[in-house]
Design a protein around this ligand. Sequence first.
Ligand code: ADP
Ligand code: ADP
Length: 226
Amino acid sequence: HTIVELTGIKVYRNRQLTLNIEQLSVAAGELVAVAGPNGAGKSTLLQVINMLLPYQQGVLKLFGRDISQTGREDARCNSSMMFQETLLVNGTVYDNVALPLNFRNYTQTEIEEQVAAALKNFHCQHLAERQAKQLSGGEVQRVGLARALVYQPKLLLLDEPFAALDTATRTAILGDLKQVAVANRITVLLVSHNFNDVLSFADRVVVLADGRMIQDDCPEVVLRRP
Ligand code: ADP
Ligand code: ADP
């Protein structure tokens, strides 16, 4: 099963060719790190896959379907994205994690069950009634992950959501995320600058430079190079 497939994708920003991907396929359940220097096009790649940014050439298939043919709504239900800053709304942790389910018209019983399961996955049950604005940085990102995955999307796009956290917190959260992703066969693309994170989390690393893919291999091979 191919979850993400880019073929001949070109994206221009300010008339500059910012992303130029000949071929990239990601299979179901793969945990892919996206690496490369600042300005390489990592965020651009994730935004294109999340359909936040249009491309000018090529074909993007999500879940086997060309998004220019099927429209976005189908794929949107099946994917979720998290950014460096997780914005929680005023209210409790429970309210925040329930939000995507409320939008999707789940029943009250379904909401209670799925929020509880999502909080448990990220060890946040004890935070359910806490006000979102009272959380620590690590707790915010745990709650952000619970919210991102509460509607059980099959593709998760992470644009450096843990960059501001200390090493121990980041390692713990990534460990929990890996467990959840593997157990539920969730495909993950993680933009990261951190070698330890990449080694512990990813089974594949895609390296970008000037908008092109210059490497695509397992972490041990990619990180051995200077
Ligand atoms: P990375 O995530 O690898 O740091 P980006 O995808 O953010 O790289 O940026 C790739 C290129 O696109 C850079 O040259 C950057 O200046 C440019 N760029 C990023 N965001 C915008 C934007 N909103 N408008 C125009 N150009 C942008
Ligand atoms: P902080 O930014 O406060 O260090 P953490 O992400 O480290 O946040 O932890 C958030 C909460 O989840 C803390 O109350 C912590 O005790 C709890 N926690 C973290 N990891 C686990 C785990 N693997 N099992 C149970 N509870 C955990």
